[in-house]
Design a protein around this ligand. Structure first.
Ligand SMILES: *Cc1c(COP(=O)(O)O)cnc(C)c1O
Length: 427
């Protein structure tokens, strides 16, 4: 590359990678090995003491994963990243560095359903108390803050889609409270939204979705924005106090603006253990090379499908922020100007039965619980992911009996619409 600052598409292909120095391999090799040989005893000692960067054991780091980490950090504009086994693992690791039992996390109540479960049940078992706030009313974040709050957690585009969070407004609350803002940027990807530019301190992703993009690998990543002062109030002892297992070094002092990413790796990933397989890292890296092309096509197709549905006689409403009349359209223009993503919900006039008929009769769409595949995906939450809830709870969660969720894929938009048209005719 030349001296120019490379653009997003160039970074998506090249960031973090170079031809393999021993073989000349152009694609990043899959370093499918558990462990790495030391040069000598002194080299081993300096690796274990964090005085030298290098490979020890794949639970803590791996060269294929390192390329993926550098690439996502570059695309988000962060200082460093850590790849882990899943999006949920990323959320545990990201918070494990910050939280101790009795601490509080303020979280948006419009989150991916799996995250709501994780926060309500497993985090409670860790003694982490989650206080829910409403992204449509920023004052609820302000009011939820207490001296025990250690972080704020939101999604940029909230899964199942259709909600855009005012990241800057929440970032201002976090700044006043002296806590980091963590943004789950899975649905937007850095192609559509770069949360660090709006005041976020940490970004997490499920790589499983649009970054990998092909529905073949589970993975997650944590990106350090390098902006937060971990030492100011002694609230984050894992970063600001001496670590006994590393000869008393203070991570924030030693590693500066990427200390948080280091802490995630050498403390939390080391001890909790959800390492990403290098094979998955390879597949996800390959997916990221075409991220800009895919995301633009996802958005263009989703907008065409949303417009078509909005004028269909059997459709009661469509919730897609890319539509001019949508309540989140203004926020979408600010935070995701290239498009509002691929996922959205709509309501059927025929209610529950019409939803069941629709998902039973699609042919091109796949009826399953995932998003961010090249293929178009459909689900009727009331009969699947949310079926254990009461009707009132379903409506509260945005999964009322009439709701259908789409993740619009990369097929020809005429074929996607034709499939919905024939399936709606049966509904
Ligand atoms: C899927 C998803 C997750 C969880 O990721 P996994 O890779 O399935 O563990 C977290 N957040 C959002 C927004 C998601 O869509």
């Amino acid at each position: 590359m030349t001296d120019r600052t490379p653009g997003f598409s160039t970074l998506a292909i090249h960031a973090g990678a170079q031809p393999d120095p021993t073989t000349g391999a152009r694609a990043t090799p899959i370093y499918q090995t558990t462990s790495f040989v030391f040069d000598d005893v002194d080299h081993a000692a300096s690796l274990f003491g964090l005085q030298t960067f290098g490979n020890i054991y794949t639970r803590i780091g791996n060269p294929t994963n390192a390329v993926l980490e550098e690439r996502v950090a570059a695309l988000e504009g962060g200082t460093a990243a850590l790849a882990v086994a899943s999006g949920h693992a990323a959320q545990v690791i990201a918070l494990h560095v910050l939280m101790t039992p009795g601490d509080e996390l303020v979280a948006s109540k419009k989150l991916y359903g799996g995250s709501i479960n994780q926060f309500n049940h497993s985090f409670k078992n860790f003694g982490w108390n989650v206080v829910w706030a409403d992204p449509d009313d920023i004052s609820t974040f302000e009011r939820a803050i207490t001296p025990k709050t250690k972080a704020i957690f939101i999604e940029s585009i909230a899964n199942p889609g259709g909600v855009i969070t005012d990241i800057e407004a929440v970032a201002n609350v976090a700044r006043r409270a002296g806590v980091p803002l963590i943004v789950d940027n899975t649905l937007a990807t850095p192609y559509l939204c770069r949360p660090f530019e709006h005041g976020a301190d940490i970004v997490v992703h499920s790589l499983t979705k649009f970054l990998g993009g092909h529905g073949n690998s589970i993975g997650g990543v944590i990106v350090d924005g390098g902006t937060f002062n971990w030492s100011r109030e002694g609230r984050y002892p894992m970063l600001s106090e001496p670590r006994p297992e590393y000869h008393g070094i203070v991570l924030h002092e030693t590693f500066g603006n990427f200390a948080y990413a280091i802490a995630c790796r050498v403390l939390s990933l080391r001890d909790l253990g959800p390492a990403l397989s290098p094979f998955n890292a390879f597949l996800i890296l390959t997916g990221i090379e075409t991220l800009p092309l895919r995301m633009q096509r996802h958005c263009d197709n989703a907008l065409a499908v949303a417009e078509w549905l909005a004028s269909h006689e059997k459709v009661a409403w469509v919730s897609y922020p890319g539509l001019p009349g949508d309540r989140y359209h203004k926020l979408a223009k600010k935070y995701t100007p290239r498009g509002a993503g691929a996922c959205f919900t709509f309501g059927l006039k025929g209610g529950y039965d019409a939803g069941v008929k629709l998902v039973s009769n699609v042919k091109l769409f796949s009826h399953l619980a995932n998003i961010g595949d090249t293929r178009s995906l459909i689900i009727h939450p009331a009969s699947t992911t949310h079926r254990q809830l009461t009707d009132a709870q379903k409506i509260q969660a945005g999964a009322g009996p009439d709701v259908v969720r789409l993740s619009v894929g990369l097929e020809d938009k005429e074929d996607i619409i034709a499939d919905l048209e024939q399936a709606l005719a049966t509904a």
